[in-house]
Design a protein around this ligand. Structure first.
Ligand code: 5PN
Ligand code: ZN
Ligand code: ZN
Length: 285
């Protein structure tokens, strides 16, 4: 049986103010940080953890984040680096549905989408202050979006004011617009040695991912429960959060999980650490 391989797929970078990266601490000023996706090539399937941002979406809806994404940093080009096509991906696992983590989901119509049950609900009906974060709903074409992609021909009707309650049974059967969703709650072992771990607070259903490997300690992908090593050092959460107290507890959970499993933390948006990580076509195994 093959060994699990983990690839970081570079997705370019964005800019935020220091007060958004380090909530209520700053200092102010632009911070450019990386965005990436993770391919877990496991004996039981190929899993993509997050799918980065869609450059067109960010240029249209959040141009102030100054997206830099070359042709070589698209998800399609990154997969090609390791000889893969979209149809080779069996499942997407989303840490959460902020636009910089689900922008590429639509490229994988054949893959099922695995996420926390609470996260799908949150994306379906975000709080007003979460709308920009959840602005790219292209992963679930049935969801009403205040930022609809420009229609191909005719203008679509205006989005509903208040989203109707989520019909979970219908969604579990079909997924939004025919996509297959697998909703988890609680910590879950997706396949042997691949753990989706609840780290809520940044968003309602945020999760981190731990991957066990044959020849090295496990890797714990924090996703946005901890942007960077500096955030962890300072126990300082990002300025985007559903529940700041839960977000801080999740950061503490990541710290204790890393200690308990001797895991290596890989942070979601850390310019300094990212320079040290292996990037595809290189891999961790
Ligand atoms: C990178 C980034 N930019 C803006 C937002 C937001 O409004 O909620 C989350 C988020 C981001 O991750
Ligand atoms: Zn986020
Ligand atoms: Zn993010």
């Amino acid at each position: 049986m093959g060994k699990t391989k983990v690839y970081l797929l570079d997705g370019g970078s964005l800019v935020l103010d220091g007060f958004h990266v380090f909530w209520n601490r700053g200092p102010a000023g632009e911070i450019r940080f990386p965005c990436f996706s993770v391919l877990v090539d496991h004996p039981d399937g190929r899993f993509l953890f997050d799918t980065g941002y869609d450059r067109n979406h960010v240029e249209r809806v959040l141009p102030f984040e100054k997206p830099l994404q070359s042709a070589g940093q698209t998800l399609t080009a990154q997969l090609a680096l390791i000889g893969l096509r979209a149809s080779d991906i069996d499942a997407i696992i989303n840490s959460h549905f902020h636009f910089d983590h689900c922008g590429g989901n639509k490229l994988f119509p054949r893959a099922k989408t695995i996420c926390h049950r609470d996260e799908l609900r949150a994306a379906r009906g975000p709080e007003p202050f979460e709308r920009l974060g959840y602005s790219d709903l292209s992963f679930a074409p049935g969801f009403p979006s205040p930022f609809p992609a420009p229609p191909a021909e005719a203008t679509e009707e205006a989005p509903e004011e208040t989203p109707a309650p989520l019909e979970l049974p219908a969604m579990l059967e079909n997924g939004p617009a025919g996509r297959a969703f697998e909703l988890v709650s609680g910590d879950a072992e997706i396949v042997a040695g691949l753990f989706l771990l609840e780290t809520p607070g940044h968003t309602a259903g945020h999760c981190s991912l731990m991957v066990e490997l044959a020849d090295r300690p496990p890797i714990l992908f924090t996703a946005d429960a901890c942007y960077s090593a500096k955030n962890l050092e300072m126990m300082c959460i990002s300025g985007f959060h559903r529940d700041p107290a839960k977000d801080v507890r999740s950061m503490a959970r990541l710290k204790s999980l890393a200690a308990e499993h001797s895991a290596e933390l890989i942070f979601s948006h850390d310019p300094e650490s990212y320079a040290q990580y292996l990037k595809a076509p290189a891999f961790y195994s």
